[in-house]
Design a protein around this ligand. Structure first.
Ligand SMILES: *Cc1c(COP(=O)(O)O)cnc(C)c1O
Length: 406
């Protein structure tokens, strides 16, 4: 923490991340071995389709899917997945996107699965049809979506079903894939942040998903601008054709057979809708190296360490007047145990909101979780904190909560 960072050199404020793997402050710490491999990748040439074919093979093995692809983030993976379900193996449809005239273009989503990230589906040209209600928050006990609502929404215009995987999402993925497969409709699963546990790499494929998307820049700790798509070979092939550079004369168009079966196509498709989402050889290599390390990680030990850190934060803040810190075991929205710090504004020296604002404005900036400010709660997530940073965060948080703000 005391060493000069590259951000210091640029005159840009450094950040201490006590909020978990948040993209806006840089996601996660990339693994050193991934950085080293990226450096080596940067100085040589390689055909990107060969590298994607190798990645496909490796992703297929670790996820139990037929094929895989590396994208420039999970959200880019969602856009490419949508493009694959819209265009399939039709080069004319690929060329037409995001215009979907004459192409079935509806992606059905349970309303409670809608997030800002589903803009990616619309970016490919899809129209989102959301079903279900939000009645749950009224305390009626009714479900957010009934399986029949999803089934009834399937029409000739349906291209796919979109599903966001979180421990609290309903209905169960297998319920949705059962319905979808009866109508031959593919299911796209956004599981961007659902790692660890490692078993989740294969779990959603086992549950019948056609395409699953993970972020490479969260717990995998690969390059920030990477994501993984795993799933059906024909859909991954469509992704490759809509993403790879397609400036090629037909006679010399020789993509790797493991990725693209050219016999299925009349000719070379044009540059596709995914082309602006390019992935560099450096990122591809970095992701592959990071994925291997992720598989070897002792996730139980990491979890124990985060838990110990979280307990330390709780005991340090317990004595602060008007502050009630509680341990949240992880597994709800976060994969790591975190501390929910409830601030009684009438007693503590500042409110939860003031605390967040002040911490972010100081030097270095300290980011704590601000997702529960409406409940007067800030969260402290130890996942991205180093030992010395943990002490700094505890010291800054208790200092603000005990010293009245001017
Ligand atoms: C983080 C996240 C994304 C986006 O992942 P990127 O790799 O940053 O593109 C999408 N969906 C969900 C649910 C996420 O948590």
């Amino acid at each position: 923490m005391s060493e000069k960072t590259v951000y210091d050199e640029l005159g840009v404020p450094s950040v201490i991340n006590a909020s978990g793997t948040k993209t806006r402050i840089g996601g996660s710490r990339i693994r050193p071995e991934a950085v080293e491999a990226m450096g080596r990748a940067a100085t040589e040439f390689v055909r990107l389709s060969d590298l994607q074919a190798k990645a496909s093979e490796r992703i297929a093995t670790v996820t139990g899917s037929q094929a895989g692809y590396v994208t420039c983030g999970a959200d880019a993976g969602l856009l490419l997945a949508a493009a694959a379900t819209l265009a399939g193996d039709d080069p004319a449809a690929m060329d037409q996107l995001p215009d979907t005239d004459g192409i079935p273009d509806e992606i059905i989503m349970p309303r409670t699965h809608r997030t800002g990230y589903d803009h990616a589906f619309r970016g490919a040209g899809a129209t989102i049809v959301d079903v279900g209600t939000n009645d749950r928050v009224l305390g009626t006990g009714s479900t957010a979506v009934e399986p029949w609502e999803i089934e009834r929404a399937i029409t000739e215009q349906t291209a796919a079903i979109g599903y966001v995987q979180k421990p609290y999402t309903e209905p169960a993925l297998s319920t949705v894939t059962d319905i979808a497969s009866a109508y031959d409709v593919p299911v796209i699963v956004d599981a961007a942040a659902e790692l660890p546990p490692t078993e989740n790499l294969s779990r959603f494929i086992e549950d019948g998903a056609d395409l699953v998307v993970f972020s490479g820049g969260k717990a995998i700790r690969g390059p920030q601008t990477t994501g993984i798509v795993a799933g059906r070979r024909d859909l991954v092939e469509s992704i490759a054709l809509q993403h790879l550079d397609m400036h090629a004369a037909g006679e010399v168009w020789q993509p790797p057979a493991a990725l693209v079966d050219i016999d299925r196509f009349d000719g070379v498709p044009r540059q596709g809708i995914g082309r602006p989402l390019k992935v560099g050889k450096e990122e591809l290599v970095g992701l592959l190296v990071a994925l291997e390390s992720f598989l070897e990680d002792d996730h139980d030990a990491a979890h124990d360490r985060w838990r110990r850190d979280a307990e330390r934060i709780v005991s340090a803040l317990e004595s602060v007047h008007g502050v009630d810190p509680t341990l949240d075991g992880g597994g709800d929205v976060s994969v790591a145990p975190a501390v929910a710090v409830h601030v009684d504004t009438a007693v503590a020296a500042c409110s939860a909101t003031e605390l967040v604002r002040t911490l972010r404005a100081e030097s270095p900036r300290v980011f704590v979780g601000a997702d529960r400010l409406d409940e007067d709660v800030v969260t402290i997530n130890p996942m991205c904190l180093e030992e010395s940073e943990l002490d700094h965060v505890i010291e800054r948080v208790s200092s603000h909560l005990t010293t009245s703000q001017e």
